[in-house]
Write a protein that binds this ligand. Structure first.
Ligand code: BTN
Length: 318
């Protein structure tokens, strides 16, 4: 825990009665000047802290941002051991990749409440206005590169589970979209670095549409509208991170095989018809969705029998 987090947690503990600068300094083991500096920094991150003469500091309100200090206490999983960011950035995937290259450990997470250059699959832009949650997780699976594509499904399933816990009827759309009947709720983007066929790191980024902001995102569904209640962005980030921790933990032990049934069960348009296209729009196959196989490949019942498709750079059209 950083000194700033300690100041925040002491302020939380003091509740409405507040706590003096002197008592805070003593409790944390820093000077009163240092406490004042951290209080100023917390205020500039959006915390409303009142300074009352003769009494000290009182926390009035925490910001509705997925800040590490807000998300960490809501996490059940211990997988995510280092949380960064929380406010605006260009792309959490880029920030997380920089940390990965600098040797950050598996379990590092970068959070944001807005991205100025969010990226989606197939080189697309990912609109990232306020009202969403943008998260990237650093994974270092001891796996060959060939096992990375199913990891995108593992992350999408984890995010979908987290969103279901919060009250959304979320499903997965192969390979890594999280959808509802009213539109796309979340997307997943995996970026990987490998050395002689062994994975060095995977940055698994996901963005969730929580509430509509000023920017209208075509085709988007919003979590608060689906759940029928308001929620804190930190709550959304924590639920999804717990969901991803759960599916990734199983993947690490048992591989994608363990996810095959739960993923297939949560597939949108299960039993419905779908067309698989490559990045140029060329149709690779069409038929009824049967589910996924042990490697996360999409199984379609086509006119010529069952066909399997790898996720790589293909898209599924309902
Ligand atoms: C998609 O559906 O095309 C994938 C969207 C992935 C967006 C997330 S938001 C957090 C992370 N940072 C990015 O720049 N992209 C991913």
């Amino acid at each position: 825990m950083t000194t700033r987090d300690k100041v925040l947690s002491a302020l939380r503990g003091a509740g409405r009665s507040g706590v003096s600068g002197e008592a805070l300094a003593r409790e944390i083991g820093v000077s009163r000047v240092a406490v004042a500096k951290h209080v100023t920094a917390l205020k500039s991150s959006g915390y409303r802290i009142e300074a009352v003469a003769g009494l000290g500091y009182r926390l009035l309100e925490a910001p509705d941002l997925p800040l590490p200090a807000e998300v960490a206490p809501l996490l059940s999983s211990e997988r995510w051991m280092r949380l960064e960011g929380g406010a605006e950035t260009s792309s959490t995937n880029d920030d997380c990749k920089a940390l990965a290259r600098a040797g950050a450990p598996e379990g590092t997470v970068v959070l944001a409440s807005r991205q100025t250059a969010g990226r989606g699959r197939l080189g697309r832009h990912w609109a990232s206005p306020e009202g969403g949650v943008y998260v990237s997780c650093l994974l270092r699976p001891a796996a060959p590169v060939a096992e990375v594509p199913p990891l995108a499904l593992v992350v999408a399933l984890g995010v979908a589970r987290g969103l279901r816990v919060l009250g959304a009827d979320a499903h997965v759309k192969w390979p890594n979209d999280v959808v509802t009947p009213s539109g796309k709720l979340a997307g997943v983007l995996l970026e990987t670095a490998a050395e002689s066929d062994r994975v060095e790191w995977v940055v698994a980024g996901f963005g969730v549409n929580v509430r509509p902001g000023l920017e209208v995102v075509p085709g988007a569904a919003y979590l608060e509208e689906l759940a029928g209640r308001g929620m804190l962005l930190a709550e959304v980030a924590a639920a999804c991170l717990d969901g991803v921790a759960q599916t990734y933990d199983s993947f690490v032990v048992e591989g994608f095989r363990a996810m095959r049934a739960p993923y297939s069960e949560l597939m949108a348009s299960g039993g419905g018809a779908a067309t698989v296209k490559d990045a140029t729009g060329r149709v690779l196959g069409a038929g009824a969705i049967l589910g996924v196989d042990d490697d996360g490949r999409l199984l379609l019942e086509t006119a010529t029998g069952t066909q399997a498709f790898s996720s790589g750079e293909v898209t599924l059209k309902d």
